[in-house]
Write a protein that binds this ligand. Structure first.
Ligand SMILES: C/C(=C\COP(=O)(O)OP(=O)(O)O)CCC[C@H](C)CCC[C@H](C)CCCC(C)C
Ligand SMILES: O=C(O)C1=CC(=O)c2ccccc2C1=O
Length: 299
């Protein structure tokens, strides 16, 4: 079906939107922060493990996004999504197997880390996060259609991802890392939360009860404000409790991005054609706040 976007936008722009390079911050930041916490506590870092983990995480996110388009094509929810790789290629099964290839590459990389450590813990954690990621969008679960995506996202990109990264460096656990994982998990879920504001009509048509469908865009804008504020409150608690180095207060340099995001959504929450870009403001906030937190642990 030719939609307005595919008529107006050239294929090259649609493919860039389909690949969505900025979105890969969600793979890079949790591994970087978890490894930074490990460095702060051990003064050591295994760069081979870090590099392998980062590449593996990127492959896993590629699977996540390709398979999202595959499973969403089965429900018809992406009928107006010109940048869906299934709509762009017209070949669902090819995209299904391409996604599985990326998943296999990612899991192989993580399994290599476990082999190096002679310890299955890291690969077990990542396999669990991949299963939860599948349960968000794949049959018969499709938990995202019940509005559970943000909870799953916080758990996977927070405690699970950072614990796996921390364990890959130390083969141990850390309370400070767990607190840092809540910051990253929430900032990652804010990206997902923001992605729903412009999709209320299509989500309702497909029976997807996203948090924004459930609470409405006005309350959603208020929830976004409190969620965004919580990443700074948690960071302040980390420093006040002595779990975080004082340098992690660097995260507050990202506050202007947080204010820009929340003000933008407050103004345009009920205008889909405008609010659709807020996801990328959330990506910028996630990347900046996560990177500043990591730098604060490295210093
Ligand atoms: C694909 C995701 C959201 C897009 O969903 P939606 O269909 O609403 O978007 P479109 O409108 O663009 O179609 C992300 C969903 C995230 C999921 C809840 C949790 C995924 C967990 C990962 C597999 C964990 C990876 C950990 C890695 C860093 C080691
Ligand atoms: O395409 C998207 O909207 C998202 C893709 C993605 O990989 C991701 C990961 C973590 C949180 C949100 C999102 C997306 O919104």
């Amino acid at each position: 079906m030719t939609t307005f976007e595919s008529v107006v936008q050239p294929k090259s722009k649609l493919w860039l939107a389909a690949i969505k390079p900025p979105m890969y911050t969600v793979a890079i930041i949790p591994i970087t922060v978890g490894s930074a916490v490990a460095y702060a506590q051990t003064q050591a870092i295994d760069l081979n493990i870090l590099g392998t983990f980062l590449l593996s995480a990127i492959a896993i996110i590629a699977w996540l996004n390709i398979s999202n388009d595959v499973y969403d094509s089965d429900t018809g929810i992406d009928i107006n999504k010109a940048e869906s790789v299934v709509n762009l290629t017209g070949n669902r099964n090819l995209m299904f197997w391409l996604g599985n290839l990326f998943l296999g590459l990612g899991i192989t990389g993580i399994a290599t880390i476990s082999w190096w450590q002679q310890d299955l813990t890291v690969v077990e954690i990542v396999l669990l996060s991949c299963f939860l990621g599948y349960s968000y969008q794949g049959p018969p679960f499709r938990l995202g259609y019940q509005g559970l995506g943000e909870i799953i996202c916080t758990i996977c990109f927070g405690p699970l991802a950072l614990s796996a990264a921390y364990y890959s460096q130390t083969q141990s656990w850390s309370i400070a890392n767990l607190l840092a994982s809540l910051v990253i998990g929430i900032s990652t879920s804010i990206i997902l939360f923001c992605s729903h504001f412009h999709q209320v009509k299509d989500d309702l048509a497909a029976g997807k009860l996203s948090p924004i469908v459930r609470m409405g865009t006005k309350i959603g804008a208020v929830v976004l404000k409190w969620s965004t504020a919580s990443i700074y409150a948690l960071s302040a608690v980390g420093v006040a409790s002595g779990l975080f180095p004082v340098a992690t207060l660097l995260i507050f340099l990202s506050l202007p991005l947080a204010i820009k995001l929340t003000n933008f959504v407050s103004e345009y929450h009920d205008r889909p054609e405008r609010v659709r870009t807020c996801k990328y403001l959330a990506v910028r906030l996630h990347f900046a706040s996560g990177l500043l937190l990591a730098v604060g642990f490295y210093l």
